[in-house]
Design a protein around this ligand. Structure first.
Ligand SMILES: [Zn+2]
Length: 65
């Protein structure tokens, strides 16, 4: 038996800590059953369109829509 991982790719607003701007980036959405909300995480390996720095350290502000 293997647990099904519900992980959906989406676009979201992420806050770049280096240029202190909110930019669009691909994020993964993982439903959190315990807290009844979704965990949004930045997909690693993306770059900020403004300052070209890695978005691995950025955090998700919210979904893009
Ligand atoms: Zn940036």
């Amino acid at each position: 038996m293997s647990a099904t991982v519900l992980e959906v790719k989406s676009f979201g607003k992420v806050y770049c800590t280096l240029c202190t701007r909110t930019v669009d980036a691909e994020v993964t959405v993982q439903p959190n059953m315990v807290y009844r909300k979704a965990n949004l995480r930045v997909i690693a390996g993306q770059k900020c369109p403004r300052c070209s720095s890695s978005l691995d350290a950025a955090f998700v502000v919210g979904p893009s829509n």
